[in-house]
Ligand binder design. Structure first.
Ligand code: SF4
Length: 382
């Protein structure tokens, strides 16, 4: 074992919280096996041999965006080749497809469309809920929430905006749009986007309202290791806040997202390596002691590395996905990126874990083909 990790190892054994210096020692170490073993120890303490997956469907309602983030290969300007915006009927059709495929969740995010009114979003939520009431709608990153508040001319009423979206069918918030909480990175690569304080404020307000949410960190571009550590510390503080204040909502999972250069303005950068991916997931597990879950997103990490990540602190692999437009791995630009539930279960079992299907709120799901119910019969669909 790398002797520089001895203090961290002792703290993990004792269940003590790690400091920023401990996180730095982990990032600086090349002893990836010890880092993995430590994360695995914590992961097994929390979840035993269970590894979660979900049957879901992603829906990117529009790629038209007012911003031009340098790492983004998704956005188009209105009228530009490839720009699109789906209608309410399209959203309804997505919900119908999701029901027929037995999905428990629709994950819905898009660009910051400069012209669509607030009613477009509430109509879309209501259309999905009307078609398939048991489908959990996880939608709109904090960046989109702030954008919706602006287009509805109530930039300071985040609680009102989130409340209206919840009344229309919003079930929880995804974790995107956080990137890296650092002003230098923000100004160089995603200027125009909200800064960390606003991102955290949206999630605070959501948690106070009782909405669950997730968190991400986009790494492997222009950020430093200290920027990553600072980001994790701010997430941990935000979760402490939700817990200490007794808010009914909180972060459920952190999803470390590797930067994928694609055709973005940062395409000259190589993106992170597999070892960096494994360390980032393991260190997230070790530092975020108040987060229940660490998720691998196979679209970005690949299913092969996600399998291995289960031994590096990860307890959850998202998901069946089906259509995903934000990061296109296939060279033909296809947005069809689907993993069957059977394939996910096999991948998890092969790694030595027990595959457990969950819903968005991490409740166990009992399934018979496309028909599903919550395994705990005392719980209702939400
Ligand atoms: S990352 Fe989001 S906000 Fe930035 S350009 Fe892409 S779609 Fe727009």
């Amino acid at each position: 074992m790398d002797l520089n990790l001895k203090t961290v190892s002792d703290k993990v054994d004792a269940g003590e919280r790690l400091t920023a210096d401990d996180a730095r020692a982990l990032f600086d170490s090349h002893d990836v096996w010890t880092i993995g073993r430590l994360a695995d120890r914590v992961r097994r303490r929390m979840h035993g041999n269970a590894a979660y997956y979900n049957v879901n469907r992603h829906f990117n309602y529009s790629n038209v965006c007012a911003l031009s983030c340098h790492f983004c290969d998704f956005y188009r300007k209105r009228g530009e080749a490839g720009a699109y915006e789906f209608s309410t009927d399209d959203a309804r059709a997505q919900a119908r497809d999701a029901r027929e495929a037995g999905a428990t969740e629709i994950h819905m995010v898009g660009g910051l469309h400069p012209y669509l009114p607030f009613s477009y979003y509430t109509d879309m939520l209501e259309a999905i809920r009307g078609e398939y009431p048991h489908l959990h709608i996880k939608a709109f990153t904090a960046v989109e929430i702030v954008h919706l508040a602006r287009i509805d001319k109530r930039p300071n009423d985040l609680a009102g905006v989130l409340g209206d979206l919840r009344d229309a069918g919003l079930g929880s918030l995804p974790g995107g749009g956080a990137e890296v909480f650092d002003d230098r990175c923000h100004d160089e690569a995603y200027k125009g986007k909200i800064r960390s304080d606003k991102w955290l404020e949206v999630h605070d307000v959501a948690h106070e309202l009782g909405l669950m949410s997730n968190a991400t960190i986009l790494y492997g571009h222009i950020e430093s290791i200290d920027d990553r550590i600072g980001h994790l510390m701010l997430l941990r503080e935000a979760q402490d806040r939700a817990i200490e204040r007794g808010w009914p909502g909180r972060f459920q999972t952190v999803i470390p997202l590797p930067f994928v250069p694609g055709e973005s303005k940062l395409r000259h950068l190589p993106g992170p390596t597999g070892l960096d991916d494994l360390k980032m997931m393991a260190i997230s597990r070790l530092v975020l002691d108040n987060f229940d879950h660490v998720k691998a997103f196979w679209i970005m990490q690949t299913i092969e590395l996600s399998q291995l990540a289960l031994q590096f602190g990860v307890d959850d692999i998202d998901g069946t996905v089906v259509w995903y437009d934000i990061t296109k791995v296939k060279r033909d630009g296809s947005t069809h990126q689907e993993m069957s539930a059977g394939h996910l279960r096999r991948a998890i079992a092969e790694a030595g874990f027990e595959p457990i299907e969950r819903d968005t709120l991490y409740r166990r799901v009992a399934r018979d083909g496309a028909a599903w119910r919550l395994a705990d019969a005392s719980l209702e669909h939400v």
